[in-house]
Ligand binder design. Structure first.
Ligand SMILES: Nc1ncnc2c1ncn2[C@@H]1O[C@H](COP(=O)(O)OP(=O)(O)OP(=O)(O)O)[C@@H](O)[C@H]1O
Length: 583
């Protein structure tokens, strides 16, 4: 299974190679030229030394020009090599980022329920960057090192094969060292990335809740959590440092050992006159290309493995089945009038927890339907099921059509939603009310008037172009809610889903917004989740939910006279309000 997974990831990564094959071919070309230039230097040193020993002035001046040529060619190809690798890496990062973000937007709510949003942030940053490095410099360095070593070894054989064979033993030795350290580095790098992802999740949680942190004096606790998280990162960082130090020290040991060996034996062969001084210099220079690629390979191998682990995390998300295959188109205006909405034996569980239990409910025509019930009864869940955000057992029908037979565009065009928390986006008021730029300024004017947000918008600097800050942080709770109501009005759908929509408003605003909502509700079907039962006494139908089931149904007076759960909830609330007044 794990191997299958690895194969799949390699195939995914290979897609990039196919997509950018011209760039990869160019990089292969610059790599080969780079290798030849690496080997040209020892060849140059050998010749210049031999010429100097022979005092051959004519050939010396020729080799000076060869040296200049090698120098500039090296500069030129080095520049292109690094530039092209960075270009590939940037392309891969950009491509992955865009695909991952788009895919995240299409993932079902079940995915977001199970995974912290910080994990997607971390995949979009750390993991995507690591994949970019892998597909650029790391990939080529891993190929280049052994290639250089093989070519250098062949060259060594041509200079003096017995010495080459003795020194060539260094290659497998460095490979073993690399394998040992590389394995340790891989394990630690994967843990390091996981720790970093956890730290991002924590930072995101904390920054989103700064006001609460302040109110509850949670600074110390949160700081301790972050310190703890950062210390875990530090531990793995330090361990990477230790492994890297061990690797470098051992590499250096083997490197120096090989030089001493080559120098000692080489000098002996020079005395025996089976090798020239120039050849000995070239030999030692070439040894570099055998020792360092293998020792460097260990670090690169570790880096590659941790990048592959990042790729695994990214592709895991990319392979999650999306809710819809492509972005739904901009929702059409839906003028359909609602004749009926029906829940038929609907059951639903979040993971293992059964939340809606064989629920049956039929609503006919337009009007206001209030959903009431204790916390956790399943009211908000019904809103989500109505929009088909989760799979469930049973059937939900709108105008006698099962909602699962509708396209997402068709289904969602039925609803305007005002959530409990207004859920505004960083940007201007205009961008929040009219995100798809569908409305004319006249429409906007009407909507602002209708939602009693006109005065509020006019009082803000820049009016509709006022920047509301992160999630509307520059607006009061009531102001945010009025903008959210205006956004719902702008959609003008036939079913309104109001989740405690007026809970954040002051009395005056609530009156204004209620007037707007009353206007809007005409000819529509409105579901209201209300905890303050005083706000829904006029509802056409009150549905009392308890533990995922409909336990009572009727209007306010009927339900009070039944003296059931609604009666208890209503009187408990009023008793509580009376107590508050008496105090
Ligand atoms: N995303 C989720 N994952 C797992 N369980 C959830 C999720 N959302 C809600 N629940 C659980 O489902 C149950 C019903 O939640 P729901 O939000 O529908 O209740 P509610 O009636 O709207 O409650 P409240 O009045 O407190 O807003 C609760 O027990 C809740 O813990």
């Amino acid at each position: 299974m794990e191997n299958e997974n690895k194969k799949l990831i390699r195939r995914e990564l290979f897609h990039f190679v196919k997509k950018k094959k011209f760039l990869y071919l160019l990089l292969c070309f610059t790599m080969i030229i780079g290798i030849l230039l690496d080997l040209a230097l020892p060849w140059f040193m050998m010749n210049v030394t031999n010429i100097a020993v022979l005092e051959d002035g004519d050939r010396f001046s020729f080799f000076i020009w060869v040296g200049v040529l090698i120098l500039f060619a090296n500069f030129f190809f080095h520049y292109f090599d690094v530039f092209l690798k960075n270009k590939v890496a940037s392309f891969v990062r950009n491509d992955m980022r865009k695909k991952l973000f788009a895919h995240s937007l299409l993932l079902p709510l079940t995915y977001h329920d199970k995974n912290h949003s910080g994990s997607i942030v971390s995949k979009l940053t750390n993991d995507v960057n690591a994949i970019g490095d892998l597909m650029g410099s790391v990939f080529f360095s891993i190929i280049r090192g052994p290639l250089v070593a093989i070519v250098a070894f062949i060259y060594l054989l041509t200079i003096h094969w017995p010495l080459a064979l003795i020194c060539g033993l260094i290659g497998p030795l460095t490979l073993c060292v690399g394998a040992v350290f590389g394995k340790a580095m891989k394990k630690n790098s994967i843990l390091l990335q996981e720790r970093m992802a956890k730290a991002v999740e924590l930072v995101q949680d904390v920054l989103a809740g700064i006001p609460i942190i302040r109110s509850y004096s949670l600074e110390k606790t949160m700081n301790e959590k972050y310190v703890n998280s950062s210390d875990r990162i530090y531990e793995h960082d330090l361990k990477n440092g230790k492994i890297s130090a061990g690797l470098q020290a051992t590499s250096s040991f083997i490197g120096i050992l090989s030089f001493l060996l080559a120098f000692g034996l080489g000098s002996y062969f020079v005395m025996e006159e089976s090798i020239s001084i120039g050849e000995l210099i070239a030999f030692i220079q070439l040894l570099n290309h055998i020792v360092w690629p293998f020792t460097g390979l260990a670090g690169l191998w570790g880096q590659m493995q941790s990048s592959l682990a990042g790729a695994e995390r990214v592709f895991e998300t990319m392979h999650e089945q999306p809710w819809v295959d492509k972005f739904p188109s901009i929702l059409p205006m839906n003028q359909t009038s609602i004749k009926s909405i029906e829940f038929q034996n609907v059951s639903f569980a979040y993971q293992d927890k059964l939340v809606i239990k064989d629920l049956n409910l039929k609503i006919r025509g337009q009007g206001v339907v209030a959903l009431v019930g204790p916390n956790g009864a399943g009211k908000s869940t019904l809103f989500k099921l109505l929009q088909n955000f989760y799979d469930y057992a049973g059937a939900i029908l709108i105008n006698n059509r099962n909602i699962v037979t509708m396209t997402p565009e068709e289904l969602l065009s039925y609803f305007s939603v005002v959530p409990q928390e207004s859920c505004l986006f960083t940007g201007t008021i205009l961008e929040n009310i009219n995100p798809n730029d569908q409305l004319s300024m006249d429409d906007m004017d009407r909507i602002l008037e209708f939602s009693h947000a006109k005065d509020l918008v006019e009082a803000l600097p820049g009016g509709l172009n006022f920047h509301i800050g992160e999630k509307g942080s520059k607006l009061s709770g009531g102001q945010k809610q009025r903008i959210a109501i205006a956004r719902a009005l702008a959609k003008a759908a036939p079913i309104l889903l109001l989740d405690e929509a007026t809970s954040a408003l002051d009395n005056q605003s609530e009156r204004n917004v209620n007037k707007a909502i009353t206007n809007l509700m005409k000819g529509k079907t409105t579901f209201v989740i209300a905890h303050r039962l005083s706000t829904i006494t006029d509802a056409d139908l009150i549905v009392v939910l308890d533990d995922g089931k409909v336990v009572e149904l009727g209007d306010h007076d009927q339900l009070l006279s039944e003296k059931g759960l609604y009666h208890r909830l209503y009187h408990a609330q009023f008793k509580h309000e009376d107590e508050l007044v008496i105090q």
